[in-house]
Design a protein around this ligand. Sequence first.
Ligand code: SF4
Ligand code: SF4
Length: 239
Amino acid sequence: MCSGRVDLAFVLKAFSVGMDGVFIGGCRLDECNYVTHGNYHALNMVLLCRKLMEHIGLNPERLKIEFMSGAEANLFVEGVNGFVKKVKALGPLGEGEGIDRNQLKSSLAEISKLVPYLKLVNQEKLASRLKTHEEYDGLFTKDEIDRLFREMVSYYIDPDKCQACMTCLRRCPVEAIVGGKNRIHVIDQDKCIKCGTCLEVCPPRFEAVKKFSGEPVPPSIPEAQRTIVRKGKEKGEKA
Ligand code: SF4
Ligand code: SF4
């Protein structure tokens, strides 16, 4: 019902399944019936997504947002027709840009996986309501997005410090932490959405979770070496 409901993930999904273009129609700016002004959110999301598209080599013209009222069917028809014509001229997704199909698939998958992180680090900008075209032109820049990926954060559990308290495992929103009782916990980097919760909740007396920025995390400790042998047990004492 509201263009503000069109999530970044929906747009990336459309491209991931091979759509050549995505058109979003929203109500006129400043004419929203609600205090939320979701159409501003949709506009900000589109501007972010267009920069992400540029980052992976896709033509940002493949994503368009237009604003119109329910009484302006003519604008809708003109907007869609013009967009379809433009997308046809651009050619099939990726082919028109000369990107290898597998490369495009993996770039889209990588960015889709990072949607929660991208929304988190850009939440202030995504919620903004700017006034001028100039302000909007500078809301997201390609340099900023390139830097974001260059300095991408990762989280890692130091095996020498983890005490298997299981707090991070219980709080991770995507079950990216592998662990258990008396088992050194590790992060499955393929599942991690970089929310930072594990860093926040790991008790300060352990400080086992580390944040890395722009550099790869060390490999996880092998499964066979993850059991924590407590001192009492080592001597054969009962727990
Ligand atoms: S940053 Fe930590 S809590 Fe967040 S998804 Fe990754 S492993 Fe889970
Ligand atoms: S919260 Fe910290 S100490 Fe506890 S299991 Fe997670 S990484 Fe280990």
